[in-house]
Ligand binder design. Structure first.
Ligand code: HSE
Length: 436
């Protein structure tokens, strides 16, 4: 074991920062045995103290840049969140020749290309395992464990708050707003909870997953994003009656025309393991040509689960420092000059199956009209369910289709909306079998 120490500066002592500080301190002995060198927190930047951490033996600065500029610090751990100050801080740390670890998904999704270019230039590590699915080592699994494979697709429950909401709605029939308030109280939700429920947080994470899976630049602006706020308890129940669960999935798939990148509520067959991932838990399925389907499951948020990923990155970087081997694993899994410009497909160009719920006048021939429109569009029907309701004026008709190009489905939906017997509001939820 090396006599020298690797010195860490932590910027931000909130939920993840305090967890990181405490795990590094508590497990220091075991961590040194793994790293081959002692790892020590020497400087913490925090606007206020955190009663969960004993920082009495560590330098503490209220000026966060003081950590980044501290010549003692080898590794800067950015845990403040946000994208403005965090970007400035990370770029300055890199310019100062320091390695960087971050849990900041928005920062990597939006500014990762710039940050990695700067890091490659300065030959420093930038690691971000905790940015996706918290404590689940999904980046490392794809980047290293699956590196033999051509990745075909991945699909993940990567936002715990929305999964918690969907689970409580299904299991307990609770209202959307009530469950969201509880998720905020428990500290799972983002500062702006629309990021959780409108799929933006999941889109940040999907951007990162797709880049390490396919070796493409980070392209957050190309992700199709739809959240869960329009879902009704009825749709959750109808899906269940047909043998499906509704999950907010982030999906990245390689198809001949390009890459699909989409976040939206999705029906999944209830027998899939991932359909049974409940509460705030996260899970990601990855399908590789050699390995087939794989599944990674665990806590996607929380103080020490997220710290588990941050500290693993610190250990990797410490090993690289000892061996003078920065950037041994390329940031985005593929060599920086080997990133591909394969196009990300617009949602119109995606092929998927659908759940449709139409509110129809209950009279002879309406269903025949609807099925004629689908048949003329070349859309094959998998199942139809008409739910009897007390008031027989408008009845819900649920249709599951086989996969079809979204553009074709949109044209068929426009024709259905034009029927006087069908309400304008047609609920459309995409459906994925995730079986190959
Ligand atoms: N708000 C996020 C979630 C936290 O609910 O999953 C972890 O990124």
């Amino acid at each position: 074991m090396s006599d020298s120490r690797v010195k860490v500066g932590i910027v931000g002592l909130g939920t993840v920062g305090s967890g990181t500080f405490n795990v590094l301190t508590r497990n220091a002995g075991e961590i040194a045995r793994r790293a081959g060198v002692a790892i020590e927190v020497v400087h913490v930047g925090a606007r206020r103290d955190n009663p969960r951490c004993d920082t009495s033996k560590v330098k503490v600065s209220r000026d966060l840049m003081a950590v980044v500029d501290d010549p003692e610090v080898d590794i800067v751990v950015e845990l403040i969140g946000g994208t403005t100050l965090a970007r400035e801080l990370v770029l300055r740390a890199i310019a100062n020749g320091k390695h960087v670890i971050t849990a900041n998904k928005a920062l990597i999704a939006l500014h990762g290309n710039e940050i990695f270019a700067a890091a490659t230039e300065k030959d420093v590590d930038v690691d971000f395992e905790a940015a996706v699915a918290g404590g689940v080592p999904i980046i490392k699994s794809i980047r290293e464990g699956l590196s033999a494979n051509n990745i075909n697709w991945l699909a993940g429950i990567i936002n715990g708050t929305s999964n918690f909401i969907l689970t409580e709605m299904r299991e307990k029939g609770r209202s959307f707003a009530d469950v969201l308030a509880e998720a905020q109280q428990l500290g799972y939700a983002e500062a702006d909870p629309t990021f959780d429920i409108e799929g933006i947080d999941a889109a940040h994470k999907l951007t990162i997953l797709a880049s390490v899976a396919f070796g493409i630049p980070l392209q957050f602006d190309k992700v199709y994003t739809e959240g869960i706020s329009q879902l009704t308890a009825d749709d959750v129940a109808y899906a269940e009656a047909l043998g499906y669960r509704i999950k907010l999935l982030g999906i990245a798939r390689r198809v001949p025309a390009g890459i699909e990148l989409r976040v939206h509520p999705t029906l999944i067959p209830e027998e899939r393991l991932i359909a049974n991932v409940n509460g705030v838990m996260n899970a990601v399925m990855v399908h590789g040509d050699a390995v087939g389907s794989t599944l990674y499951y665990g806590r996607g948020a929380g103080s020490e689960p997220t710290a588990s990923a941050v500290v693993a990155d610190i250990i990797d970087t410490a090993r690289n420092i000892v061996l003078d081997a920065a950037n041994r694993i390329p940031h985005l899994a593929f060599q920086a000059d080997q990133l591909s410009d394969v196009p990300v497909l617009p949602i119109d160009g995606v092929e998927t199956a659908y759940y449709l719920r139409l509110m129809a006048t209950d009279k002879a021939g309406v269903l025949a009209e609807v099925t004629r429109i689908l048949s003329e569009a070349g859309i094959s029907i998998e199942a139809i369910l008409q739910k009897p309701v007390g008031d027989r004026d408008r009845v819900p008709v649920i249709i599951l289709t086989r996969p079809v190009l979204e553009k074709k489905m949109n044209a068929a939906l426009a024709r259905m909306r034009a029927l006087p017997e069908i309400d304008d509001e047609i609920m459309r939820i995409r459906l994925e079998s995730l079986d190959h």
